[in-house]
Design a protein. Structure first.
Ligand SMILES: [Zn+2]
Length: 157
């Protein structure tokens, strides 16, 4: 692990605001762009590495209702739980909280003429989706996540 990655891990928890000013360059899991292209499908690469958005209602994970963990497709870090998944009607898998606060990071996204909060995996920096403030009462947040950026691991029976 590099010194930079160590520093990043040490700073987690207090780095929620720092993440806005310091573009996340150093993550525990790092690959060259060529390596990422080999490891990911073209759709996964477009979302995770280039912040693309999948077509709404295109993800099979939308209808995934078994108990389990949704993991980053880039590095397998658990990022969301079935326990916080809800039906938002938007066409993208939606959650009202991450699996753990330290599982995901956020940055300010001003693309497409909107100010949005981008959410990414803290394991590899892969883009997952965006956070909106129209979620259910529990937290009031809606993590709008690209299903293609995740894999589902059903809970062992
Ligand atoms: Zn990841």
């Amino acid at each position: 692990m590099t010194g930079g990655a160590m520093a990043l891990l040490a700073g987690l928890g207090s780095s929620r605001l720092a993440a806005f000013s310091a573009p996340a360059e150093a993550f525990p899991v790092a690959h060259t762009e060529a390596e990422w292209r080999k490891r990911l499908t073209p759709d996964q690469y477009a979302v995770l590495r280039n912040s693309a958005t999948e077509r709404p209602f295109s993800s099979p994970l939308l209808d995934e209702h078994r108990p389990g963990i949704f993991a980053c497709a880039g590095c397998s870090l658990g990022v969301f739980s079935s326990e916080t998944k809800f039906e938002s009607g938007t066409g993208w898998p939606s959650f009202w909280a991450p699996l753990r606060d330290e599982s995901v990071g956020t940055t300010r996204d001003i693309s497409l003429g909107m100010v949005r909060t981008e959410v990414h995996c803290q394991g590899c920096g892969g883009h997952l989706g965006h956070i909106f403030d129209d979620g259910p009462e529990v937290t009031g947040l809606r993590y709008c996540i690209n299903g293609v950026a995740m894999t589902f691991k059903p809970q062992a029976a």
